[in-house]
Design a protein around this ligand. Sequence first.
Ligand code: FDP
Length: 336
Amino acid sequence: MMDDHPARRVTLQRHILESQRHHREATGELSVLLTQIAYAGKIFAHALGRAPLAGRLGSTGGTNVQGEVTKKLDVFGNETITDAFATSELVAAVVSEEDDEPRPMACGPGAKYILCIDPLDGSSNSDINGVVGTIFGVYQPATDGAREADVAHLRSGRDQVAAGYIMYGPSTAFAYTTGEGLHGFTLDEDIGEFVLTHPAIRCPEAGSYYSANLANVPTWPSNARRYIEHLTDSTEAAHAYSLRYSGALVADVHRTVLEGGIYLYPCDLRHPDGKLRLLYECAPLAFVVEQAGGAASTGRARVLDVPIQSVHQRIPFVIGSRAELERFDAFMRSDA
Ligand code: FDP
């Protein structure tokens, strides 16, 4: 239960600073960086709430580098994030779903981080007042003596030093990890602060919900199809599963991490490499969920081990409770 005196609550900033104290070598830059993401999230949460009144619904008429229709809110979210870092000297570059190429940021010679971000995850929900999110991964590339942090030096999701998501729903939730567990906060709009409401989140070992776009199942790989058949065969499954699919990855992963279960977006006919992007969707959420005791897989490999080859690289993506992932991976390995 929440302590009822607001001054005793743990704000996001206090939590980040207290975690920083465990690392004597820390310079404080990562702490400021995370606080700055949260600040951008507050601006975006406010703008999302007012979007129908401010004429910010609908598309811009253009498409992004990935051929997806760009929404006005995609553009606003992207500008909000990049503006929040433009002169902060905190990151060397921002990699965004909305930009063709990494955007270099004004920074000093010592900037060691690259911020990879999906500013508006679940954008198909944005015009219908549905839940949407922001996903972020903070990478510290292995520079091997090179002075500048460079996207080319990124090896895999294990180069992340922090990751998290913001979920814009009935309340605004912020969850982050720096490799010491997953911690969740809720925006108290009266005081404009994220307040700790979900300390040390643990993802249940198994769960009753599965989450996938079932319209794609007929063109999934046969092993993944057999897994879904197994899950939905009430005579075979150990317990009954229910379907939940929100259309926003953040919302489905948030539910999965709190209540257990599995989210799947394997490859299909329209998405032969998978739909979701490694750098700013899959790897950050894999880091987050692993820190809560869950797991994330491509069906062949641990997501955090997938080598980074390009900034908008897509992979098949399955994430959730550890026991559910073990079962999915076993189906993917079997020959039947
Ligand atoms: P969206 O394209 O609307 O941004 O990020 C990709 C994503 O949404 C996820 O949030 C969501 O889970 C998935 O794609 C939805 O894709 P489908 O419409 O193909 O199911």
